[in-house]
Design a binder for this molecule. Structure first.
Ligand code: SF4
Ligand code: SF4
Length: 337
């Protein structure tokens, strides 16, 4: 069912939803960007529509609400283990289509990856529902159309198109229809906005031969990439983490175990017992990351990991373009054939 709402009507909807759910959406933080006098759009809790950033792409993804950068899993003493409590209230997260597709990747890794479900992820995930923010136009560096993540048909409570002076919502969840109707919103046909063309286009090779590992294209990144790991931090589909034990006592018998986000681009990621390290060169790390996103994940699950949000291109201090690398890999594969 579709509705057209004024801003104050939409705020009434948010106020009603806020009684039951925490609302989590992209928010513009003025002057809090990574360089002086720059802004940043990150996810934060909101109460009304004026706090939500509808016009800009978020620099960082929603990911931290599902997989916090540092998450205490449990506390331990010599004889007792106690699982950490989580915030029990339900949450609604406002996402664009590419990020809805990224949720599918996170669910795949944490919930549908072999015999075991990750219980810590599941506990948080069970509390979360989504609202789809329509995209009327493509942002810089996005290549969602090439990756097939530009459109989302289901998995959300309602979609939302932002217009200059009103909102349009397509409500999928029957339980919410009364809330929308009670604001006096006008009924109309609504389809979530979605992008049909990006300026940036990529071609992902159908098959990547093993010989690509030896290709010279990776050598460029030995010097160009500074291995800062920013690209992993902003990526909505990166799921790597390390385990860290923090001890409260000198004898190491009381403390807590934390899951902490990790990056395949930074030093120490591939360190093994005895101090050995795989992929010391930055180009080798780049090769691992790129092939994971556009080939290896697909071999296991049948679809690509990258959703083409372009955040890694936006954030790289060395102006390295992930989409360019995909096209370079495609050209190299063609040449080798
Ligand atoms: S953000 Fe750029 S420089 Fe930093 S690790 Fe990623 S590709 Fe390398
Ligand atoms: S690899 Fe880059 S473009 Fe692909 S999902 Fe991650 S941040 Fe987005």
């Amino acid at each position: 069912m579709g509705y057209s709402l004024t801003r104050s009507q939409f705020d009434q909807v948010l106020s009603e939803l806020g009684k039951k759910f925490r609302l989590y959406a992209p928010v513009l933080k003025t002057g809090e960007g990574r360089f002086t006098d720059t802004d940043v759009v990150i996810y934060d809790f909101v109460e009304n529509s004026s706090q939500i950033e509808f016009e800009k792409k978020s620099d960082y993804s929603f990911k931290e609400i599902l997989t916090p950068l540092s998450q205490t899993l449990f506390f331990f003493t010599e004889k007792v283990i106690k699982e950490a409590d989580i915030d029990d209230s339900e949450a609604i997260v406002f996402l664009r289509s590419c990020d809805m597709h990224a949720v599918k990747r996170l669910d795949q890794v944490y919930l549908n990856n072999g015999r075991h479900v990750d219980p810590f992820y599941k506990k948080v995930r069970d509390k979360i529902k989504f609202v789809l923010i329509g995209c009327p136009a493509s942002y810089e560096d996005c290549f969602c159309v090439s990756m097939g993540s530009n459109k989302t048909e289901d998995g959300y409570l309602f979609s939302l198109n932002y217009r200059e002076d009103h909102f349009e919502a397509d409500v999928k969840n029957d339980d919410l229809k009364d809330i929308f109707a009670s604001t006096g919103a006008a009924v109309k046909d609504v389809t979530a906005d979605y992008v049909t063309e990006n300026e940036v286009k990529v071609t992902v090779p159908e098959e990547v031969p093993l010989s690509i590992y030896q290709n010279d294209l990776w050598k460029e990144y030995d010097k160009r990439c500074v291995a800062c790991g920013r690209c992993n931090l902003v990526c909505p589909t990166c799921t790597c983490f390390t385990m860290q034990d923090a001890y409260y006592t000198d004898n190491g018998k009381v403390g807590e175990r934390r899951r902490v986000g990790a990056s395949c681009m930074i030093d120490g990621y591939s360190t093994v017992a005895g101090g050995g390290q795989y992929r010391k060169k930055h180009g080798e790390r780049m090769r691992f990351k790129v092939l994971h996103k556009i080939s290896d994940f697909r071999k296991r699950y049948g679809y690509d990991m990258c959703v083409g949000c372009g955040r890694c291109d936006d954030v790289c201090p060395e102006y390295i373009s992930f989409s360019n690398i995909i096209n370079k890999v495609n050209a190299a594969v063609k040449e080798e054939k």
